[in-house]
Design a binder for this molecule. Structure first.
Ligand SMILES: [Zn+2]
Ligand SMILES: [Zn+2]
Length: 246
């Protein structure tokens, strides 16, 4: 089954029955998987083949029938990718896919073409783009969060703060295991979603001063000094009274 956002437009155009052409670039989302012995890195599809893990270079296999070649027009087997990165990012907004990573791929061999992307035979992962940690900060590593399958641990992006002292897979290590470049992809929504200015700028005791320019603080501080002076005078007066009595 193609990603749900493809529904309604999943019928291949008649002139585009499986054929062959030079490799085409595409985008998809997947879950990064670390082999149980920690020596291999693979990817797990988000829609199809949840029991399968593919490597950086892989050939599609049909789990329904070993008798036909992938991708078959009467089956839904094969790899899937979108033509545009934004389509893959849009799919990752769905909460069931939001912990996935973005893959830049090359599709080759036999293919079926759709409006939004391709279903195809051979795939080469060219780059991995890791999103944000669950807390919203930029990813610094990948963490084992459970939900793996036999032989493979499922990983997801984690920031430095949330990783703390836990054992995690660094992005550098991820790149070396996968054999492809790894970058942090914070998403285009970061142009409108931005961290608030740090609170310390407002002064720790006076949140109201947060919005004031520095020169406006002078009268405030002078008033505070006057008040303190008055209190000090009062304390001094009472103290002298007591000592007089003594
Ligand atoms: Zn099939
Ligand atoms: Zn975090």
């Amino acid at each position: 089954m193609p990603p749900s956002s493809w529904r309604g437009r999943t019928h291949p155009r008649p002139e585009e029955s499986p054929g062959s052409r030079p490799a085409l670039p595409g985008w998809k989302i997947a879950y990064p998987m670390l082999s149980a012995d920690g020596t291999a890195l693979g990817f797990n599809g988000v829609a199809l083949g949840r029991s399968q893990v593919y490597g950086t270079v892989a050939e599609a296999v049909c789990v329904q029938s070993p008798r036909h070649r992938c991708p078959s027009t009467w089956c839904d087997c094969g790899f899937y990718c979108f033509h545009e990165a934004e389509q893959a990012r849009a799919l990752a907004c769905d909460e069931q896919y939001e912990r996935s990573v973005l893959l830049e791929v090359l599709a080759s061999g036999r293919y079926v073409s759709y409006e939004l992307g391709l279903r195809y035979q051979r795939q080469t992962v060219r780059a991995v783009r890791v999103g944000r940690c669950r807390c919203g900060r930029a990813a610094a590593a990948l963490d084992d969060v459970g939900g793996g399958i036999v032989g493979w641990r499922r990983l997801e992006a984690v920031c430095r703060e949330c990783a703390g002292r836990r054992a995690v897979l660094s992005l550098d290590r991820l790149g070396r295991l996968a054999g492809v470049p790894v970058t942090v992809d914070e998403g285009v929504e970061r142009t409108v979603l931005a961290p608030l200015a740090p609170l310390e700028a407002a002064g720790p005791d006076d949140p109201a001063a947060a919005d004031l320019p520095p020169e406006a603080e002078i009268p405030l501080l002078s008033a505070e000094v006057t008040l303190l002076q008055a209190r000090l005078d009062e304390v001094q007066r009472r103290l002298s009274k007591l000592t007089e009595r003594g």
